[in-house]
Design a binder for this molecule. Sequence first.
Ligand code: F0G
Length: 359
Amino acid sequence: MVLGWRGILREFADHLPLTKDTPLLTLNEGNTPLIEATKLSGMLGEGVRLFLKYEGLNPSGSFKDRGMVLAVAKAVEEGARKVVCASTGNTSASAAAYAARAGLDCLVLIPHGKVALGKLAQAIMYGARVIAVEGNFDQALAIVQEMSMRQQDIILVNSVNPYRLEGQKTAAYEVCRDLGKAPDFLAIPVGNAGNISAYWKGFCEVYESNPSLSRPRMLGFQAAGAAPLVTGQTVDKPETVATAIRIGCPVNREKAIMAVQQSGGIFESVTDREILQAYWLLAEKEGVFAEPASSAAVAGVLKLARSGYFPPGSTIVSVLTGNGLKDPDTAMFKGAKPMILPASLDAIEEALHGELVGV
Ligand code: F0G
């Protein structure tokens, strides 16, 4: 008998479209920690509390696992033999992991040269067929959409697949469970715009069953070079250091706009510089290593706070969508390299000069 967390499908069975034929696939995804960012909170205004929903601790290191477990389980239920996706990296890592677990083939299309190394390594390790296309994510997605329409036994597991959003909404349930209510604001990075839509669905469902828990304002943040929901214009050549959200034409655009409008929230953009500053701050001040796209939401919260956006005493949850370890290249860009010295205490003490005094 195994006690403890049993994964999304079992733990949220009452809220998901499962049938008796849905296999209870799991890698024990979900139940990620909600960490209070005590130092960053102090930068946001009087009595404001910031919490980090650290989705990087899911089995493949991103929030995608919550939706992928359901999408792949449903693909098995429907008798499919292959799943396919386009990806900026995390969807492919997650699809490959769950396909391996379920015994399905997996094909992923990624934008050549624009996927973080760790994510590519994951897809390869899990045994997916990986094709790097000479184009961006939006072009890759158009190709796999057409492919899955032509071939019935290939299931598309991008967030146009409704099961992805159903699974991902479970994070909103966990946030309400851990805070005892909904936060006042939910800050989230937006790329293809599935996750913001999924969270809003989750918060609405929690609210319907218990209106006293209220609902948050949804704050969707995009990188300045890939901000179609902020400008209202599709971006033909999206560009940002946060490659996970390097997307110019989000498929869930309408749902995301509805989430922001209904909740009284906003879309806002942040520059790559602001993203990197938040990325470093999270790691150095809070001990939390999230990938650049995840840091875009924290950058957005810091930006809004500078203009006094948050009323005193507000509670904010920022979703840290992916693990920082996935993107070692951007981490090393910070500049600090290890000093290489002989293996002798004298040499190390000398090199550190006064740094060791009083230790
Ligand atoms: N954060 C990370 C780390 C992501 O990987 C993504 C999307 C997002 C945020 C944005 O979420 O698309 O639901 O608005 N990554 C997709 C992928 C596109 O292929 O891995 P979204």
